[in-house]
Design a protein around this ligand. Structure first.
Ligand SMILES: Cc1ncc(COP(=O)(O)O)c(C=O)c1O
Length: 432
């Protein structure tokens, strides 16, 4: 068995829509910490962690020990029975969650967590219409696809009419063609007109990511959520903050929403919660939880193995002060990326993000007015970094944004190593 034969069988048996990175996709085989090894034995420094999901690095000992012990004890009963791992995790999450979030519901994916959140908002407010953001991503169910603000992720036309997409707080490509320094956060203020012109005037809420992940780590201005949440609540809605990518210390605070002045009534989380085991949670206020009267069940929701992993993740984050590490290492990473931008000012149009969630937006020529997205350079950078043993991520509507999000326990040496590879790779790309 080698990479070549696995690639051939992947092509034969999986949907072609399951796209892989790289001209010749690497077959991931083993991992330890921030290192990943492919089936041919080549080792890589992992700066993307399975899409911000392997939050403590591959094969983390504490997580693996917790999962192994739980596997010997009990691996599944569904939500029909309370279990120790599920209850302990709910209690831990509530204790670190912001504001009034006192109740949890577990599912197996971010998609389901967002679905649950929308359902709760609709049931609680009695309103149906929802505001989402262009460039946002919420998952792959029909409702989640309707929430998504990227045409390429919609397999069918939206079948949910009650979703209105507001302009993204995408300062580098301001949809309102304004200057961030003087715009007065007009994109947030526009929500009022959106609601008054395109809805019945009473809405269920707004669903938004603190930093738009799939969108290319689009980072809203500091006052965006304070303005947005005032408007949403004025029209009867609740704030649903999607922390699927930004949660669990990723941005240098426990929750991405804590970087902004907003306390959500509903919060969703997945990805980094359980270091790669399938788990998601929707947290809400007790009043919202009490409004939900229908029966509900999630067969795999709150699975004991995933919950045991998530408890270990939270304990490790707290004991090893990994939120602080994300802030410190994130600052070093950011400094290195800005240095790189100074070296390549024509191609690296924007550096953005927070903590260990940093992006580079690549353009054909930064000095031109339209800053044409450079998807070709992005693909080239992927090949150059792969050659040199570094894994990075990609995002953005135009496929021209490099996403960097290593494990929260990454070391200063590993950050430097990754930056050096990026530097060499950029230099190689610009060589004739
Ligand atoms: C912000 C956000 N919400 C929801 C989802 C959907 O999560 P999942 O792929 O686990 O269904 C994703 C996935 O990338 C995401 O980034």
């Amino acid at each position: 068995m080698d990479s070549k034969s696995i690639r051939a069988r992947h092509k034969q048996y999986l949907l072609p829509a399951v796209a892989n990175y790289y001209e010749e996709p690497l077959v991931a085989h083993e991992g330890k910490g921030s290192r990943l090894t492919d089936l041919d034995g080549k080792s890589y420094l992992d700066f993307f962690g399975g899409i911000l999901t392997v939050s403590l690095g591959h094969a983390n000992e504490r997580v693996n020990a917790a999962v192994s012990a739980q596997l010997q004890r009990l691996s599944h009963v569904s939500t029909l029975y309370p279990t120790v791992p599920m209850v302990e995790l709910a209690e831990k999450l509530v204790s670190v969650a912001p504001g009034q979030l006192g109740k949890a519901f577990f599912t197996a994916s971010g998609t389901e967590a967002d679905e649950t959140a929308v359902m709760l908002a609709q049931v609680h407010t009695g309103n149906q219409e929802l505001v989402a953001l262009r460039h946002g991503y919420s998952g792959r169910s029909l409702l989640a696809q309707a929430l998504v603000g990227h045409a390429s992720y919609r397999a069918t036309p939206s079948q949910v009419a009650a979703i209105k997409h507001a302009p993204s707080p995408y300062c580098y490509r301001c949809p309102l063609r304004l200057e961030p320094k003087s715009c007065g956060t007009a994109c947030a203020k526009d929500l009022e007109e959106l609601i008054r012109t395109t809805t019945t005037g009473r809405i269920a809420g707004m669903l938004a990511e603190p930093i738009q992940g799939v969108g290319g780590f689009i980072t809203p201005p500091k006052d965006y959520f304070a303005i947005a949440s005032d408007i949403i609540r004025k029209y009867g809605g609740v704030m649903i903050i999607d922390e699927v990518q930004t949660g669990f210390g990723r941005t240098g605070k426990m929750w991405g929403s804590q970087q902004y002045d907003v306390e959500p009534e509903i919060m969703t989380m997945a990805k980094g919660i359980a270091n790669g085991l399938p788990l998601a949670a929707t947290l809400c206020t007790p009043a919202i939880a009490d409004s939900f009267k229908a029966s509900t069940i999630s067969t795999f929701g709150g699975n004991p193995l995933s919950c045991a992993a998530a408890s270990a993740v939270l304990d490790e984050i707290q004991e090893k002060e990994l939120v602080e590490n994300a802030a410190r290492r994130g600052a070093e990473l950011r400094e290195g990326l800005e240095r790189l931008q100074r070296k390549h000012p024509k191609t690296i149009g924007d550096v953005r993000g927070m903590g260990l969630m940093q992006a580079l937006e690549l353009v054909v020529d930064e000095t031109t007015q339209d800053r044409t997205p450079n998807a070709r350079a992005t693909l080239q950078l992927f090949e150059e970094t792969k050659k040199r043993g570094l894994l990075i991520g990609k995002g953005g509507l135009y496929g021209n944004t490099i996403r960097i999000a290593p494990a929260l326990n990454i070391t200063a040496e590993e950050i430097n190593e990754g930056l050096k590879v990026l530097e060499e790779s950029f230099a190689a790309m610009e060589a004739p």
